[in-house]
Design a protein. Structure first.
Length: 1056
RNA sequence: GGGCCCGUAGCUUAGCCAGGUUGAGCGCACGGCUGAUAACCGUGAGGUCCUGCGUUCGAAUCGCAGCGGGCCCA
């Protein structure tokens, strides 16, 4: 039986109840099982990093996923949706190091790698559990019980296998390259792990003394003085013009070489007082010039090298136009070195301290060295200018240490060889929005470089590469099984460091093979998620059935991240994209559009929001506020508005329940067919609207336009249900008998809610479940366990009537206009009006009035409707004529006054008729004159106590003239309203009877009210009722009122 | 500095693809309704459609340049 719900909407209570229900009944599992064997939908969860706490962005991410999956499930899809966790890598290492108070890798080594790795694992698992709970409070359904975890051996195997594919396809490369390096973490980091932030650095100009000419210097510029010890060359642009100048400063003269266009600015920086250009030359002529390393006296190693000027296209016309080249410390520099056989001299160690090769600087930290290098240069008179600059500089994404560039030996995936195929593949992927793939992702891939996948760390998937200590040949292992076949390995050995490090292989040459110590870049972990989540290569069957993914969705930062890493790994492994469609979503920003960050203190925690408004409100807010791919400016007020909307939905839902419960309404007994003959126009209208809403939600969801889907639903709830349908049917629900008109309303409302709870299910899963539980499951014990197991409602074409929907829209416009007009004559809606008059502009509006006459009368509280023919005027309108002076003057000159008087005195109707067909001859004091239509302005004269208002399809008049009958009804309803108010105050049951004593301090009004004594008694359920001028207004509750200036005293009591 | 996206009322947004009087919600002011009532409805005020230039009879919409914000990159 349907139950009354008396409470206000209480999200927390409902959500807790629903969560318990889901858990007790294993609802998630049963829903997924329910769909086994239906159309497959393979979803891959982008694994969040196990930081221990979710934030608004990850919450939004999972909410999008959940809503789409729920929708897909209801639409008959068999879903794979293992939740994923990204659990390896530096972030956790850094965190654990922090807990243990470590400062460098040495601390880890002395603590013991095994203990350290176990700490990391423990930490990751704990964080995962905490985050799972947090995600669950959002009501998100993924396979939380059996998630994929990158730290699991099965998962590690997927990465190993993939690397072996790369090796076998000659896509794996090892070599010395310049990489981003974190001197604190002592490891290479990927481009995508570099965070750019503002930083202030030295900005210095240095003179390099040329070898063959005295007192002649090439001027270079740098922001990293510490790289000067590694300087090996200077680069100039072949297309620039360079100048050799004599520069003067404090009576000293020297000869400087730099780009011609930059001479003035450089000399200004160096505070030179005068200069003269000695010679200009193209860059090509500068090339080949030899110079002396500025610190060669401090760095003996540098005396072994020649230093020259080379040509390079990347040199820009900034600073001096001559670029300091240190092949050991820069990507471009490295390339210049490679092209010209310059050694990549790199006197800096992995910890950011100079090595023995740096001579004087050995052991010094490079950041501390900046100052020393500058002092040394200055002492030698080689520091031309010394300033600072604030610029964007890369930092380690985890420990925020400024990165350096180091030439080191690393492992790479040759993206260059795959690029063309990748570009072809992404065209086959369905991108939402389209530009996410066709523009943004394509641009990124076009600029992509080889992918450095090795890290010199501990907590990660070990690279499955063994190298012979004798002959250096390599062995790449793809699976645990393979490893067991070629080595004596305990089958329970965990595939992490340090355990795998202990495994030694035997080379074909007889030499001993040891694993190279690196672990994978953590991005490689998640890159293999689409097959790792299917346990491939451990199992093949699932992979064959499901792969590739039907759908993934992540934020736009993942363009360079997971969208890319997955594509790269999948091209290596299978030569095709691992996903068929991608929805790129936005970022959550604070209410002013700034990034949320701890340092700005503007972070909004999901749990705070949930505690205040509930998960369904949060879900609806983040989904509806903007298009998925746009950034979300998180705004509490907007969230509160959405919450209010859901509250209205709740009120709409609970409104009919007391009546239904009272009448023991059973939808299994009262069929739609049975009530169909009694349906009113508005009933058919709301049923049609429901169908249109389903259709529109479908259309939106097809394109992942979740915001449109929810806005459609909210508008339906607010506009159609709350503001219109419920208002229209209220009186019908108060009928007491087994009235078929009332049963029709019940049935219609029931069908609307039965559909509505399914339509909101993907977005407000808790509220949907609550509604479903009461109105469906309480009625039908055989109904599906949960609303989420139901089939998505199918549009019933027989209920759709778009013509009726349009007519109702027109009627609503008229009611609004009528309300506007009433306000002009200050006639409250409670007071009926004699009639309203409609002047329709077109046939459709005319038909709408004909068809929905009752609705219109009801909602305008009018006794009658006069419907005028299309494009005709109401015949009771008077006409007012006024002279148009500017047209009359020029024609009649001095007689104009007489004409004006004539028009003012004339019968406006006659005048209008006369002018209708053009000119009109009139007689002015015996003389005839000719009036033309421009000379007279006609305006409608509205009868008194009639107000007018326009609406989009015409004009409406409200005749508010009072009659005794109307006054009687008006006052009666005023009295009724106040008694109802008092009943409410006494908290009486809806069907409880009362005694009422009413004293009205005006005899005429007493008379009017007595006309409707019975009506009042019926409306307020008064058994005994005394109304009069001399009544003693007594009762349990007595109140004094003022109605339209008349004092009214009312006393009521419960009848027994 | 480059790529992509965004910029419309105090706030959140629709309209932009396919050019033809900027439309809503929140908030505000005023009014109404009254057994959904801690709810609900109406009316009103409030817009240099980021700026400038161009295309066009006509630009929020198309193009170019710039400004501001976001993500990504250098």
């Amino acid at each position: 039986m349907i139950k009354e719900v008396t409470d206000q909407y209480n999200a927390q209570k409902i959500e807790e109840k629903v969560h318990n229900f889901w858990e007790d009944n294993q609802a998630y599992m049963k829903v997924r099982e329910h769909r086994r064997g239906e159309k497959r939908f393979f979803f891959v969860d982008g694994p969040p990093y196990t930081t221990g706490h979710i934030h608004l962005g990850t919450a939004w991410n999972k909410i999008i996923k959940d809503s789409i999956l729920r929708y897909k499930s209801m639409n008959g899809h068999d879903i794979v949706d293992r939740a994923g966790w990204d659990m390896h890598g530096l972030p956790i290492e850094v965190k654990v190091e922090g807990v243990l108070g470590f400062e460098s890798k040495k601390d880890i080594e002395s603590y013991g790698v095994e203990k350290f790795v176990n700490k990391c694992k423990e930490f990751a698992l704990k964080q995962k559990d905490a985050m799972t709970d947090q995600f669950r409070t959002l009501g998100t359904w993924l396979d939380w019980e059996d998630p994929y975890m990158t730290l699991k051996d099965e998962y590690i195997e997927a990465a190993w296998w993939t690397l072996k594919q790369a090796y076998e396809k000659d896509l794996l490369e090892v070599g010395k390259r310049v990489v981003n390096w974190c001197p604190r973490c002592e490891t290479a980091i990927a481009d995508s792990e570099v965070e750019y932030e503002d930083r202030t650095d030295p900005s210095i100009f240095i003179k390099f003394a040329t070898k063959n000419e005295n007192d002649t210097y090439i001027v270079i510029w740098t922001t990293t003085p510490w790289t000067i010890p590694a300087n090996m060359a200077v680069a100039v642009n072949p297309d620039f013009e360079y100048a050799k100048i004599r520069a003067v400063k404090e009576d000293k003269e020297e000869i400087l070489i730099m780009a011609s266009d930059l001479v003035e600015s450089v000399l200004k920086k160096g505070r030179y007082t005068d200069y003269e250009i000695l010679e200009t030359m193209p860059g090509e002529d500068v090339a080949g010039m030899e110079y002396k390393h500025p610190l060669v006296e401090n760095i003996p190693e540098q005396s072994k090298f020649d230093h020259r000027v080379y040509l390079a296209d990347f040199v820009t016309a900034e600073n001096t136009g001559c670029v300091h080249i240190a092949p050991g410390h820069g990507v471009d520099d490295f390339d210049v070195g490679k092209a010209n056989d310059i050694p990549a001299f790199c006197p800096v160690g992995s910890n950011g301290h100079y090595t023995r090769e740096a001579g004087k600087y050995e052991g010094m930290n490079i950041r501390d060295a900046n100052k020393v290098v500058m002092e040394d240069l200055d002492a030698k008179g080689l520091l031309l200018a010394d300033d600072t600059i604030t610029h964007r500089y890369g930092h380690c994404w985890r420990c925020k240490t400024p990165i350096i560039y180091l030439a080191t030996k690393q492992w790479f995936i040759k993206i260059g060889d795959l690029k063309e195929d990748m570009l072809a593949e992404i065209k086959r992927v369905d991108w939402h929005p389209d530009w996410a793939g066709s523009a943004r992702f394509r641009d990124w891939i076009e600029g992509a470089r080889d992918w450095c996948i090795s890290r010199q760390r501990y907590w990660g998937i070990p690279l499955p590469v063994w190298r012979c200590e004798e002959c250096e040949s390599l062995k790449v292992v793809g699976t645990r099984k393979e490893l067991q076949e070629i080595a004596d390995v305990d089958p329970n050995t965990e595939l992490h460091r340090p355990y795998v490090d202990e495994i030694k292989l035997t080379c074909d040459c007889g030499g001993r093979m040891s694993r190279i110590e690196d672990v994978f870049d953590v991005w490689f972990d998640s890159a293999v998620a689409s097959w790792a989540t299917l346990n491939y290569p451990h199992r093949e069957d699932q992979f064959k059935e499901w792969w590739p993914a039907d759908f993934i969705t992540e934020g736009h930062d993942q363009t360079r991240g997971w969208f890319y890493s997955q594509l790269g790994a999948s091209m290596v492994a299978f030569g095709q994209a691992p996903y068929k469609s991608v929805l790129m979503h936005g970022f959550t920003l604070d209410s002013t559009g700034k990034k949320m960050s701890k340092s700005l203190g503007n972070v909004v925690q999901p749990h705070e929001v949930i505690e205040k408004y509930g998960a369904d409100s949060l879900r609806c807010y983040v989904l509806s506020s903007s298009a998925p791919w746009e950034d979300l400016k998180f705004n509490q007020d907007e969230l509160a508005t959405i919450h209010r909307t859901i509250n209205i939905l709740w009120n709409v839902y609970r409104f009919p329940l007391p009546y239904m419960a009272l009448d023991k309404f059973d939808p299994l007994e009262v069929s739609f067919e049975a009530v169909e003959p009694y349906l009113r126009k508005e009933d058919r209208w709301i049923l049609s609207r429901m169908q249109s809403v389903i259709e529109e939600v479908d259309r939106s969801m097809e394109q992942y336009l979740l915001h449109r889907a929810i806005r459609t639903i909210n508008e339906f709830v607010l506009e159609d249900l709350s503001r219109w349908y419920i208002q229209l049917i209220r009186p019908r629900t108060w009928n007491e008998a087994d009235d078929p008109d009332k049963l029709a309303v019940y049935r219609v409302l029931y069908d609307v809610f039965a559909n509505l709870c399914k339509v909101i299910a993907p977005f407000m899963p808790h509220l949907a479940e609550e509604m479903y539980g009461n109105i469906v499951k309480n009625v039908d014990p055989d109904a599906a366990l949960t609303v989420h197991m139901c089939n998505w409602p199918k549009v019933d074409e027989s209920l759709k009537d778009t013509d009726l929907e349009e007519k109702m829209t027109a009627v609503r416009a008229m009611v609004e206009a009528a309300s506007n007009a009433r306000q002009k004559v200050k006639r409250k809606l409670r007071w009926p009006v004699n009639r309203i008059v409609i002047e329709p502009e077109n046939r459709q509006v005319y038909d709408a009035v004909m068809d929905l006459r009752f609705v219109l009368m009801d909602q305008t509280n009018a006794k009658d409707i006069d419907l005028v023919e299309v494009n005709h005027s109401w015949d009771e309108l008077g006409v007012e004529a006024s002279p148009n002076h500017s047209a009359i003057g020029p024609v009649f000159k001095q007689d104009a006054g007489k004409v004006i008087q004539y028009i003012q005195k004339a019968d406006a109707n006659e005048l209008k008729k006369g002018l209708a067909n053009g000119e009109l001859e009139i007689s002015l004091e015996g003389e005839s004159a000719t009036l033309t239509p421009e000379m007279v302005k006609f305006e409608d004269k509205i009868p008194s106590m009639v107000a007018v208002a326009d609406f989009s399809g015409g004009r409406i008049y409200v005749d508010a003239n009072l009659t005794r009958d109307i006054e009687s009804e008006g006052f009666a309803r005023e009295v009724i309203r106040r008694i109802q108010d008092m009943r409410k105050e006494l908290d009486l049951e809806v069907d409880e009877n009362i005694l009422a004593h009413i004293r009205i301090d005006d005899e005429r009004i007493v008379d009017l009210v007595l006309d409707r004594e019975n009506y009042i008694a019926k409306e307020v359920r008064s058994q005994v009722q005394v109304i009069g001028f001399d009544v003693d207004a007594t009762g349990t509750l007595v109140k004094d009122w003022n109605v339209e200036g008349i004092d009214v005293h009312i006393g009521i009591s419960p009848a027994n």
